[in-house]
Design a protein around this ligand. Structure first.
Ligand SMILES: *[C@@H]1O[C@H](CO)[C@@H](O)[C@H](O)[C@H]1NC(C)=O
Ligand SMILES: *[C@@H]1O[C@H](CO)[C@@H](O)[C@H](O)[C@H]1NC(C)=O
Ligand SMILES: *[C@@H]1O[C@H](CO)[C@@H](O)[C@H](O)[C@H]1NC(C)=O
Ligand SMILES: *[C@@H]1O[C@H](CO)[C@@H](O)[C@H](O)[C@H]1NC(C)=O
Ligand SMILES: *[C@@H]1O[C@H](CO)[C@@H](O)[C@H](O)[C@H]1NC(C)=O
Ligand SMILES: *[C@@H]1O[C@H](CO)[C@@H](O)[C@H](O)[C@H]1NC(C)=O
Ligand SMILES: *[C@@H]1O[C@H](CO)[C@@H](O)[C@H](O)[C@H]1NC(C)=O
Ligand SMILES: *[C@@H]1O[C@H](CO)[C@@H](O)[C@H](O)[C@H]1NC(C)=O
Ligand SMILES: *[C@@H]1O[C@H](CO)[C@@H](O)[C@H](O)[C@H]1NC(C)=O
Length: 498
């Protein structure tokens, strides 16, 4: 497996991993990794504004960047910090270094910054195998330092592993860790079990699919339903695998079981799909990336585990928030992001959930309304354009219809702008209207006047996003369109020019 998503061992660049966690009441969530190997990284305050705008509840940093941790203070965002591979070597040989690290990078920020996990190194066994002997000592020293500062119950310690530590992951029931690391793996699992932590797994169906050279159908990698005669079944257990990610997570469970650790939960610390690649990377497309990440969210939030562990939900972190244009390697390597740094979404992400206690669409969605101080003449022009050429459905603001009152240019323009915006934004429609419009997270609906994009606006069907993923199989769940068109910098002004 290529597993190149991991920050290179000797990588010097600061890495921040922010995770958007869409989480539900039962605690299942999907977060997002944020690498920072890029030239135009937004300021920590802007990144946090973006996270908040989307009600993202968890964040992971690849390191423990001071500015980022400070910006995350007093938000309700949960944070995973990282000990870099460079640091693992020193910390694994020195309890005092571990203590200093915890003091400086964790204890200093709690409780204002809600740090809940430390990822010690990244794919250490496969990227710096010579550091294997110090990996578990590093985990232990960090954990002891947490005990000393009384933070051990609050902060979990683990170490993300590549799928490469499992040489043959299919069928899952026969998977086992590469025996080269028997002893390290045994100690690692013992540590995770003793401390009530989880096994951190970086799992990329994209790479397995590409490497498989047609062995697996792409629909399997993308969580799409398979035809009846093409189901993927583990012949030992007769478990049917509806997605490659499920099979990878199960491969980790069976590998742990082979070493007699049957119930350490798996946390998927990285997964995702690149949306752009070189001519020899035909599967790195916008459509595939959109499908993969939307379906991942749907899959995670349905609260079930993989076939062998149906009660252990799959929590996962999407790789990654921004494209990292400075990453070396093939073109796809620089194109895993879901948001451009200017705040525009790369593609729409649809959050589906079966949990009604979750964040609701009218709160997370963005609406487009008239600016209160806009010139009425300019508003009238915008209104006419939206209802005409823009093809907004303006019937609700006609005399006698629910949004006619209050009968003023601001309210009518707001309705029309928003209707246009909700219909067209996935295909490039914007909220600008010659500077008279702005986006807002506040639902402008009043009484019977329901604005498009509200959870109650089911009356009419908006066209699907340009490259829609499969529709949600969930029966009771509603599928919310989340706008990733984000509010950068801070002000809610539309970003895209008409
Ligand atoms: C967080 O909030 C507390 C209490 O309001 C305040 O004293 C502290 O300075 C804030 N921390 C940061 C980093 O903003
Ligand atoms: C931090 O996150 C944990 C886990 O979700 C939560 O239980 C706790 O209340 C949070 N702490 C703060 C101060 O928000
Ligand atoms: C196990 O790991 C070692 C060391 O990286 C490698 O040489 C070997 O090929 C791996 N075994 C399998 C079956 O992949
Ligand atoms: C690793 O553990 C497996 C399962 O317990 C065993 O079959 C294998 O011989 C061990 N390999 C080494 C190199 O110790
Ligand atoms: C959740 O996802 C799994 C795996 O795709 C599927 O087998 C299961 O039926 C789903 N459960 C619900 C309630 O949608
Ligand atoms: C969603 O939020 C809106 C606005 O805050 C509220 O009126 C509505 O009741 C909420 N819906 C649900 C299902 O919680
Ligand atoms: C326009 O919206 C109204 C409700 O405001 C709805 O009844 C009607 O079907 C919609 N027309 C089209 C063409 O979508
Ligand atoms: C509609 O008009 C009222 C005043 O009549 C104003 O308070 C409100 O903000 C307007 N709403 C929109 C979406 O323009
Ligand atoms: C944001 O950046 C992307 C990628 O550079 C670009 O395609 C898009 O047009 C930009 N949007 C705005 C509003 O500048």
């Amino acid at each position: 497996m290529l597993g190149p998503m991991i920050p290179g061992v000797w990588r010097i660049n600061v890495f921040l991993l922010l995770i958007f966690m869409f989480s539900n009441a039962s605690g299942t969530y999907v977060g997002v990794n944020i690498g920072t190997d890029m030239t135009d990284l937004p300021s920590p305050a802007d990144v946090v504004a973006l996270l908040k705008a989307h009600q993202i509840s968890h964040v992971r940093l690849f390191d423990a960047d001071r500015r980022m941790l400070t910006a995350l203070a007093n938000t309700s965002i949960e944070v995973m910090v990282g000990v870099t591979n460079e640091e693992v070597l020193g910390i694994g040989q020195s309890p005092s270094k571990a203590a200093a690290w915890v003091t400086k990078n964790v204890a200093a920020y709690l409780p204002e910054t809600n740090i809940t996990a430390i990822a010690v190194g990244s794919e250490v066994l496969t990227t710096i195998p010579n550091a294997a002997p110090v990996l578990v000592p590093a985990l232990n020293y960090i954990h002891r330092a947490l005990i000393a500062t009384n933070l051990n119950f609050q902060v979990k310690v683990s170490s993300p592993q590549s799928m490469d530590v499992i040489p043959r992951s299919f069928p899952p029931s026969t998977a086992s860790f590469n025996s080269t690391w028997n002893s390290t793996m045994y100690q690692l699992l013992q540590f995770l079990k003793n401390t009530g932590s989880y096994y951190m797994l970086n799992a990329y169906p994209y790479y397995d699919y590409v490497k498989g050279n047609g062995l697996f159908p792409i629909d399997y990698a993308l969580f799409k339903p398979l035809p009846k005669n093409k189901q993927i079944i583990d012949s030992n257990t007769l478990f049917q695998y509806s997605s490659m990610l499920d099979a990878m997570v199960d491969a980790a469970y069976y590998s742990m079981k082979a070493l007699n650790f049957p119930e350490i939960p798996v946390l998927v610390t990285e997964t995702g799909w690149p949306w752009l690649g070189g001519s020899n990377e035909p599967d790195a497309t916008m459509g595939n990336a959109e499908t993969y990440n939307n379906n991942l969210i749907r899959r995670a939030l349905n609260n079930s585990g993989p076939p062998s562990q149906p009660k252990l939900p799959i929590n996962a972190y999407i790789y990654e928030l921004f494209n990292e244009n400075n990453r070396p390697g093939p073109i796809s390597e620089q194109n895993w992001g879901v948001i451009f740094t200017n705040g525009t979404s790369v593609y729409p992400l649809t959050l589906g959930t079966s949990d009604s206690n979750r964040v609701n669409a009218s709160e997370t969605g963005l609406f487009c309304v008239a600016k209160p101080d806009a010139d009425p003449i300019a508003l009238k022009a915008g209104l006419d354009w939206a209802c005409g050429q823009g093809q907004a459905n303006c019937s609700a603001i006609q005399d006698g219809q629910p949004c006619f009152e209050p009968n003023n240019i601001y309210n009518h323009s707001s309705y029309a702008y928003n209707d246009y915006f909700q219909r067209k934004r996935s295909s490039g429609g914007t909220c600008v209207f010659d500077g008279t419009a702005m986006t807002t997270a506040i639902n402008p609906s009043r009484g019977a006047c329901i604005f498009a994009g509200s959870s109650g606006s089911g009356g009419e069907t908006l066209p699907p996003p340009a490259a829609a993923g499969p529709t949600s199989p969930s029966s009771k769940g509603s599928v919310h369109q989340i706008s990733w068109t984000v509010l950068f910098p801070a002000i809610l002004i539309a970003l895209v020019q008409l």
